[in-house]
Design a protein around this ligand. Structure first.
Ligand SMILES: Cc1cc2nc3c(=O)[nH]c(=O)nc-3n(C[C@H](O)[C@H](O)[C@H](O)COP(=O)(O)O)c2cc1C
Length: 212
């Protein structure tokens, strides 16, 4: 049986704490070797999944025109997003860089592929299939960080537009759109915290004993 020591768990904690969402302001124009990319994808496909259904599919996007089309969806959705915030926040919102579609050498669209037969564990809570895909994304995010590769999650997109651009099967659902690349710098804390958009919640407020 493989056993880990405290140095191993300290290292894992360091990777977790140093993982950052990376946007276009930090990506370098430097290709990611396929072997390195495969290591990140391999971390993804080794995530837990309900009933071991492994309900994920990944589309790698490097083509400039395809990125351009996805970026157009971001622009349209981001204009709508601005309206959701009050005047003062709207000004701050407009200044935020919230994607790195062009700047990142590789984009990965991560899909949930629903099963056409009942899945063990997914009979009551249908959404656990998509949760499994999120587990894959988190594994990829941590492995990317351990390889000193930045990863940013872009969700300000019209999923149907992305599916059309990527010729995705109708039953597949877009879970995540990821931008990956080497970076000039990893911030110590979330960018949204540094820019005073949100603050980290108090640990003690988040954990309850026995019941609410
Ligand atoms: C489900 C999900 C969707 C996200 N979508 C976006 C996004 O559209 N644009 C963006 O800039 N960041 C996005 N993020 C990144 C978060 O803003 C980021 O994780 C958070 O601010 C904490 O920063 P950190 O990841 O660097 O710790 C997303 C993160 C998650 C988990």
């Amino acid at each position: 049986m493989k056993s880990f020591n405290s140095a191993d768990s300290d290292l894992l904690e360091e990777i977790i704490l140093h993982r950052r969402d990376v946007r276009g302001n930090r990506f370098l124009d430097k290709p990611i070797p396929q072997k390195v990319l495969d290591k990140i994808l391999y971390a993804g496909v080794n995530a837990p999944s309900v009933g071991f259904s492994q309900p994920w599919e990944f589309v790698l996007i490097r083509d400039t025109d395809r990125k351009q089309a996805i970026k157009a969806s971001f622009r349209a959705e981001n204009r709508k997003a601005e309206a959701a915030f009050c005047q003062q926040r709207q000004e701050s919102y407009k200044k935020l860089k919230l994607e790195g579609i062009h700047e990142a050498p590789v984009n990965i669209a991560v899909f949930y592929k629903p099963s056409d037969h009942p899945v063990l564990g997914q009979t009551s809570m249908k959404e656990v299939g998509r949760y499994s895909v999120v587990c894959a994304v988190q594994n990829m995010w941590l492995m990317a960080r351990a390889l000193n590769i930045g990863l940013g999650w872009v969700s300000i997109l019209d999923p149907q537009k992305v599916k059309d651009i990527l010729n995705a099967p109708q039953q597949n659902q877009l879970v995540a759109y990821l931008c990956l690349g080497y970076v000039d710098y990893f911030y110590q804390s979330p960018e949204l915290e540094r820019l005073n958009w949100e603050q980290r919640k108090d640990f003690s407020d988040l954990v309850k004993e026995e019941s609410y």
